[in-house]
Design a binder for this molecule. Structure first.
Ligand SMILES: *Cc1c(COP(=O)(O)O)cnc(C)c1O
Length: 364
């Protein structure tokens, strides 16, 4: 069997390990496993969301509303945009896929930072496109513009705040990059963690409205992180109506389940849950910063719901991640991103206590 040639250099995305795997492989009870690997919301989901899922269970035999009017309406009100500026995906991941399919082919290239969200590369490679990266993981204007002028990529990915490093790019810097790029290059501003950055420091806060005037720029958001809906798979893209029109042609019908739609609509209307989540996060992340300073670890200042600890040569992130896993603590090893570092999602007080206890023993 001969598969599409583009598959030869695509590595399957390595998802965060599930709790079930640790239970199976190491015989640890599920309630003792601490999962801080996938940037999920540690306090769960809003009670209003759970109620909406229950209330809609009886409609499971019906196809969902394919226009997704109610969710678009809620997002339009939240961001002060029009419904025709919005596309909904099964996670913002699916919107990334639509974008890649809408503009790339085997003659094109894309540009992204040295260390960033792994799916940009995978979707681009699926289309046969070539990948260019800047030298550093920060989104530096000079590096992006130099590479842009040299390679004329069809897509530039700006991930702010950036996953898996946690740093953010200021709105001013993002707009400077947008201004320096011509309209034939599509720019993705991926704000998957924007709620955390905006709450921390206003100069990093970006909204869809900041980019709507540019016909070649799309803003992506997700319900998977601050809204606590990772399991429901809902994300969105907001852009100029003509871009949305074009990308829409790549969308399969009913791409969001009715329960996921109901959950996202309820989540949109319960901002207090996000406020509560961020308050807990801001209190708990301080413990990780203090811990790193006390133990002499380097960390990257985080604008997200996770923190990245960067190790010196004496330590090996793979060994540390494996040792933690055997103890039922799942974190993300960044060796596959070329970094001797680990990424830890900030958990609840109790989860973080367990992390620190095991981590101290592992590094001793
Ligand atoms: C989590 C994440 C997404 C999208 O997640 P979905 O669950 O597919 O919405 C997009 N970009 C980045 C950088 C992420 O970390």
């Amino acid at each position: 069997m001969k598969y599409n040639k583009v598959l030869e250099n695509i590595k399957t995305y390595e998802a965060g390990k599930p709790i079930e795997l640790v239970v199976r492989e190491f015989g640890i009870a599920a309630e003792d496993v601490v999962k801080l690997a996938s940037n999920e919301n540690p306090i769960g989901t809003s009670p209003a969301v759970k109620q909406a899922i229950i209330d809609n269970a009886g409609k499971a035999h019906l196809y969902p509303d394919d226009s997704m009017f109610e969710l678009k309406d809620a997002l339009a009100k939240k961001y002060k945009v029009n419904e025709n500026n919005i596309i909904i995906g099964a996670g913002s991941d699916q919107v990334l896929e639509f974008i890649a399919r809408a503009v790339l082919d085997e003659t094109s290239s894309v540009l992204m930072s040295a260390v960033t969200f792994a799916m940009y590369e995978i979707y681009a490679k699926q289309m046969g496109a070539k990948i260019y990266r800047t030298a550093s993981y920060e989104h530096r204007y000079d590096e992006f513009i130099e590479a842009y002028r040299m390679h004329k990529p069809k897509i530039i990915y700006l991930c702010t705040p950036n996953n898996p490093t946690g740093d953010a790019t200021s709105k001013e810097e993002v707009l400077k990059i947008i201004h320096a790029v011509d309209k034939d290059t599509l720019i993705v501003v991926d704000g998957a963690y924007m709620e955390y950055a905006a709450a921390k420091e206003s100069k990093y806060a970006m909204e869809p409205n900041d980019i709507l005037a540019y016909p070649n720029v799309i803003y992506l958001g997700t319900f998977s992180k601050a809204y606590g809906l990772g399991g429901m798979r809902v994300g969105y893209g907001i852009a100029d109506a003509e871009m949305i029109n074009q990308i829409y042609k790549m969308r399969p019908p009913f791409n969001i389940s009715s329960l996921s739609l109901a959950a996202a609509i309820a989540a949109c209307k319960d901002e207090s849950f996000v406020v509560e989540s961020i308050a807990l996060h801001q209190e708990q992340i301080k413990r990780y910063e203090t811990f790193a300073k006390d133990q002499g670890f380097e960390y990257i200042e985080s604008y997200t719901n996770f923190i990245t600890y960067v190790f010196s040569e004496q330590r090996d992130s793979t060994k540390i991640a494996d040792a933690l896993l055997k103890r039922g603590v799942i974190i993300r090893n960044l060796a596959s991103y070329g970094m001797n570092a680990i990424r830890i999602t900030i958990g609840t007080q109790r989860q973080n206590d367990i992390f620190f206890k095991h981590f101290l023993e592992v590094i001793a």
